[in-house]
Design a protein around this ligand. Structure first.
Ligand SMILES: [Zn+2]
Ligand SMILES: [Zn+2]
Length: 173
């Protein structure tokens, strides 16, 4: 299998940290799945559904970030939907903001006008960032309060969540 992803295509966990990846049947690291979801070439829980994964992930998010349980579960469900295991296709995500590039119109454009498979249309046009001077700190300051309002969580927990998330994105690594 040659396809690779920077996030687990089953649970959404970042695969950029060492030893995060699961293993194929021959012992090589999986390109697509984390070690909790996938070992020796098979899912550790083949019976898992997107709903059971969202319930478990939601409970964890709710505890870690003080998000009301139903909102946490809804949020996780939304994050899981584009992943290969649940959508049946490998959807790239924007390396600047993390948005999944589900439709061709979501993708940014390269200098030659072709579609980018690395960045979204809000972040990247004509081969350059829309906001070239944007810093990770400014992004965290902008998205933290939005996320706090959306999920009904404390502001500092939202900032923590955005900080952890942006650390996984290629533009900010
Ligand atoms: Zn996983
Ligand atoms: Zn983007």
């Amino acid at each position: 299998m040659n396809e690779t992803s920077e996030t687990c295509q089953s649970c959404g966990m970042p695969l950029s940290v060492p030893d995060a990846r699961g293993t194929e049947g021959d012992g090589t690291p999986s390109g697509l799945y984390c070690r909790y979801c996938y070992r020796n070439g098979a899912f550790t829980e083949p019976e898992a559904t997107i709903e059971t994964m969202a319930a478990r992930g939601g409970e964890m998010m709710s505890r870690m970030f003080e998000i009301p349980p139903e909102r946490a579960e809804g949020f996780v469900l939304q994050q899981l939907r584009p992943l290969l295991r649940w959508s049946g296709r490998l959807v790239p995500s924007c390396g600047s903001c993390g948005m999944p590039l589900q439709d061709p119109s979501d993708a940014g454009t390269e200098a030659d006008g072709s579609r980018s498979d690395r960045y979204c249309t809000h972040c990247y046009r004509n081969g350059a960032f829309v906001e070239p001077d944007l810093t990770r700190e400014a992004m965290i300051a902008e998205y933290g309060p939005l996320l706090a309002a959306e999920l009904g969580m404390p502001r500092e927990k939202a900032t923590e969540m955005v900080t952890a998330f942006t650390a996984t994105l290629p533009r900010w690594r």
